[in-house]
Ligand binder design. Structure first.
Ligand SMILES: [Zn+2]
Length: 497
């Protein structure tokens, strides 16, 4: 006969018997022994945990990322390539999950469709958008130390016309440097074959505006969402995956009737803020930064950034812009094709205004990693103080959902464990680990943010059940093997309840 004690019941028993809460850590074990109940299956929990430290700095994260397989330097064995990074076994899963979360939030609405446009576009697109003429940074060369820097955001230059590296005043005049990557289409490398790697995904949405609207038969207001790579030849990339020359964007353009744009701008600010809270970025690490008149891009009527408090300070995570009818008007002018929308209800034609939400996927991954990192003091199996590193990622984002940890490498346990691995892998990304002590293996899973660990033990053969441990609460449940997938599915959904 198996008795189940809920955590709350156990807590009630404990606190009614023991006034001194500091002794609580060892009590579940004492209770277990004193009841002499070998078959007692209960929710046990490790002691209350104390967060001692959040992310110390970016270097700590870069180290963890490499050690655990989140992010590697690109072409590392050749000395690396500037500002290019590769997402490893866990990083690729994490990034995929971040994209899924954003994609679902956008396209599972009744008013937004998806799009996957090509990276190479007709070169005139970039004339119409203003990128050929206007997408430039002013660049200055130091003739002494050969440092190249942007003159518009370098303090030593703005103040005294000095090189930021060596202090020399022997500098070139600022010249405008276009940030678009250029390449050639076809076998002949002449001016007529120049194409660009897109510097933003948005133009694909504008040129496909009527294709999307008419094929989906959506009425305005409606939106187009896309995820894809963009390229900018930044002069000063940096801060790990925050600013890179090749990056992934998650952009949505929402087409509205002129006059309703200000209201939708506010609605989207709120919607996007709530997205970050839903996926557990801490509110105190988020803020809005409205653009003043001097910061506004040439196309924007209004703009606000969602900023995140990265280790290097508050920086842009997402831009929300009211682009007016700038883009559609430009494409009408350059293509000679109408992109007007006919409103059946009002029997009128108009060029829609666009509210844009644009997130850098890589910097969002960085924000989730920074935000989730914590070090906690807890007790190990022997009751000794122990620091565990936890990536408290939202379970939808965590790369691995379940770690399967047989208590020993003995065949009777590993055979069950491997079978369970296959059973769980039908529904979830899982990880099987039988090396090192169970405590160490728990810590390994904690460090990569795995929400649940399943332990196969010597009782499993008798009761056809395993112990499942919750990453954050560190509570344990005994769960029947046949119920395990359903248990994980439901508890991933209710992870924070
Ligand atoms: Zn210099």
């Amino acid at each position: 006969m198996v008795t189940r004690l809920a955590a709350s019941e156990l807590g009630a028993i404990l606190s009614s018997h023991f006034v001194d809460q500091s002794k609580l850590p060892v009590l579940p074990i004492m209770l277990y022994l004193s009841l002499g109940a070998k078959e007692l299956v209960m929710n046990t929990s490790e002691p209350p945990k104390k967060v001692v430290r959040n992310l110390p700095d970016l270097a700590a994260l870069v180290g963890l990322s490499k050690r655990r397989g989140f992010v590697f330097q690109s072409s590392e064995i050749y000395g690396g390539l500037g500002s290019c990074w590769d997402y490893g076994p866990l990083g690729s899963l994490l990034k995929l999950n971040v994209k899924k979360a954003w994609w679902n939030a956008m396209t599972r609405r009744a008013d937004i469709v998806g799009l996957d446009a090509s990276i190479l576009m007709h070169p005139t697109v970039w004339k119409a958008s203003g990128h050929v003429d206007g997408f430039t940074d002013p660049l200055v060369d130091c003739k002494d130390c050969k440092t190249r820097f942007r003159s518009d955001n370098t303090d030593s230059y703005l103040k005294d016309k000095k090189c930021p590296q060596c202090g020399s005043k022997n500098l070139s005049e600022p010249r405008l440097f276009n940030l678009m990557f250029k390449t050639h289409m076809g076998p002949v490398e002449d001016a007529g074959s120049v194409v660009y790697l897109r510097p933003e995904t948005a133009q694909g949405h504008f040129v496909n505006f009527l294709n999307c609207q008419q094929s989906s038969r959506y009425k305005i207001p409606f939106g187009i969402a896309a995820i894809g790579k963009s390229f900018r030849n930044e002069i000063t990339p940096g801060n790990f995956i925050f600013r890179t020359r090749e990056f992934e964007q998650m952009e949505m353009q929402y087409f509205v009737k002129p006059g309703t744009d200000a209201g939708f701008f506010d609605t989207w600010k709120e919607t996007r803020w709530n997205f970050y809270l839903k996926y557990k970025l801490k509110a105190e690490n988020l803020r809005f930064h409205p653009h003043g008149p001097t910061e506004l891009a040439h196309y924007a009527k209004a703009a606000v950034d969602v900023q995140y408090n990265f280790p290097m300070g508050f920086s842009e995570l997402e831009g929300i812009h009211n682009r007016g009818d700038f883009d559609l008007t430009q494409h009408m002018k350059f293509s000679g094709k109408s992109l007007e929308y006919f409103d059946e209800a009002g029997k009128e034609k108009f060029i829609p205004y666009v509210i844009e939400t644009a997130v850098g996927c890589d910097r969002l991954v960085l924000a989730f990693l920074c935000d989730a990192y914590r070090e906690e003091v807890t007790l190990d199996e022997a009751g000794k103080e122990d620091v565990r590193v936890v990536l408290g990622l939202h379970p939808d984002l965590a790369p691995i959902k379940v770690g399967i940890l047989p208590l020993s490498k003995k065949e009777e346990l590993s055979s069950v464990g491997l079978r369970l691995r296959d059973q769980l892998a039908e529904d979830f990304d899982v990880n099987y680990d039988e090396a090192a002590s169970i405590g160490k293996r728990y810590r390994r899973q904690d460090e990569i943010g795995t929400p649940f660990c399943v332990t196969v033990d010597f009782e499993t053969a008798n009761d056809q059940a395993v112990t499942v441990r919750h990453r954050d609460k560190m509570t344990q449940d005994r769960v029947n093997l046949t119920q395990l997938n359903r248990y994980v599915f439901e508890n991933l959904k209710d992870f924070y309840k």
